[in-house]
Design a protein around this ligand. Structure first.
Ligand code: PEP
Ligand code: MN
Length: 445
């Protein structure tokens, strides 16, 4: 028996919801089942230790943020991070945006009280508006349709950027424009771009001009939270007769909705996309093994990604028993580190923030654990933006707590800005290279 779905909005108008769902069902899918299969193959390579997953984007996308600059900035930052990881870490990078569908948010309370007034909590632009008013906070099913159209516009631009010349490796310098001056991460990136230029010129001189240099593969992902939306975009694949949720290539289940027997896990069992689950510090090895049994009973590499989000202070104790038991079970999952959600703190101003050093420390802990156990640190999952926001503290530009007021623009959790994201990519590349050079811990070889 499946229990009722957690974290669903209280839609006041069920008839309108029904009409919206019918509307969504009649609209074309946003992605194709064959693309989902291709991503599953790429993730299988990650699971085998042959590639690295870079997944990221806003905590919560917004309708207002569905503009060329904001989408382009995120895409470009993801590309820059990927090129740093590929070149400095010497590893193929699978690029997945937390983009084109990340419009629904799980929340810790159903309502929010301000000055004695209690209203429904903001659950993401697909549900209600962030403004604190009755009109904005009342869930509106029509927003699911707008979320679809914003996802479609976002993905359309990303697909063009990925294939239409923008992502050509020979433009590696151009991605860094309007950024170099004064920024340590930007300057470090310029040096790396110079090296890549020389390498490309060398290959050209040798007569090689591979297709892979001209375009990138880009995939979309979001949390499969709002089940009315996800079900309406779930279609039967004519090739295989199997169901795919074609709202994105990869869907994940959040820490709050991953209960076994819950509606979200039940939904994920029924679709053939690659799926992921967030795993917090309270999860037991038994919980994780049961999730594998539910979501990846055939131990198919690439099907299941486990995104651990333990917190810098807990990862070194909490992660090893999980990794050990999963490895012993024979399942070949992708292990990914989300160094954001276990490291959220409240600043004196009351704003949610994260320390860049905590983020780094959790990633370092993730690599340490996998090295000690001889398993593959498969990737990172981050919340970032291409804009110069001031939401997280630290990094090469030394954002201070007092800077949070300058540009704090997130609709939900604090994001790394462009410089912090690039800084992180350089640090992860170093960790990766050290891991690859030294290999698994000697005791495990
Ligand atoms: C998120 O990814 O924004 C989120 C809510 O994460 P988690 O499910 O890990 O808490
Ligand atoms: Mn978040």
């Amino acid at each position: 028996m499946t229990s009722p779905a957690l974290q669903q909005p209280q839609w006041p108008d069920r008839d309108r919801l029904e009409a919206v769902v019918r509307g969504l069902e009649s609209l074309p899918p946003l992605v194709l089942a064959a693309e989902c299969d291709q991503l599953k193959e790429r993730l299988a390579a990650v699971a085998r230790g042959e590639a690295f997953l870079l997944q990221g984007g806003d905590c919560a996308e917004t309708f207002a943020g569905t503009g060329a600059d904001s989408i382009g900035g995120k895409f470009r930052t993801l590309l820059q991070m990927a090129v740093v990881l590929t070149y400095a870490g010497s590893v193929p990078v699978v690029k997945v945006g937390r983009m084109a569908g990340q419009f629904g948010k799980p929340r810790s309370a159903a309502t929010e009280v301000r000055d004695g007034v209690e209203l429904p909590v903001y659950r993401g632009d697909a549900v209600n508006g962030i403004e604190f008013s009755v009109a904005a906070r009342t869930p509106d099913p029509g927003r699911l349709l707008t979320a679809y159209h914003c996802s479609s516009a976002t993905l359309n631009l990303c697909r063009s950027l990925a294939g239409g010349g923008f992502a050509d490796l020979r433009r590696v310098h151009a991605w860094n424009q309007d950024f170099v001056t004064g920024s340590p991460a930007g300057q470090r990136y310029e040096q790396l771009a110079d090296e890549i230029d020389r390498a490309i010129a060398f290959m050209h001189a040798c007569g090689a001009d591979p297709r892979e240099f001209r375009a990138v593969e880009f995939y979309s992902s979001h949390e499969a939270l709002l089940l009315d939306y996800e079900r309406a975009l779930t279609r039967t694949d004519v090739r295989s007769g199997r169901a795919y949720d074609l709202s994105a290539h990869l869907l994940w289940i959040g820490e709050r909705t991953r209960a076994l027997g819950g509606a979200h896990v039940d939904f994920a069992r029924q679709i053939r996309n690659p799926v992921a689950v967030k795993i917090g510090p309270e999860a037991t090895a038994q919980d994780v093994l049961e999730l594998i049994e539910a979501l990846d009973p055939e131990h198919e590499p690439g099907r299941l990604t486990l995104i651990t989000r333990m917190g810098a202070g807990r990862i070194r104790q909490a992660l090893p028993p999980l990794v050990e038991k999963v490895a012993a079970s024979g399942a070949l999952v992708v292990w990914v580190c989300d160094p954001m959600h276990g490291n959220t703190v409240e600043a004196a101003s009351g704003q949610k923030t994260r320390y860049f050093d905590d983020v780094l420390d959790e990633v370092a802990g993730f690599f340490e654990v996998h090295r000690a156990l001889g398993t593959h640190p498969g990737g990172i999952h981050i919340e970032f933006t291409g804009d110069d926001v001031t939401e997280c503290i630290g990094g090469g530009d030394h954002i201070a707590e007092s800077d949070l007021t300058y540009r704090y623009e997130t609709a939900c959790d604090p994001r790394l800005n462009r410089g912090q994201s690039l800084d992180l990519a350089f640090r992860v590349a170093e960790l990766y290279r050290r891991h690859a050079v030294s290999g698994p811990h000697p005791a495990r070889r």
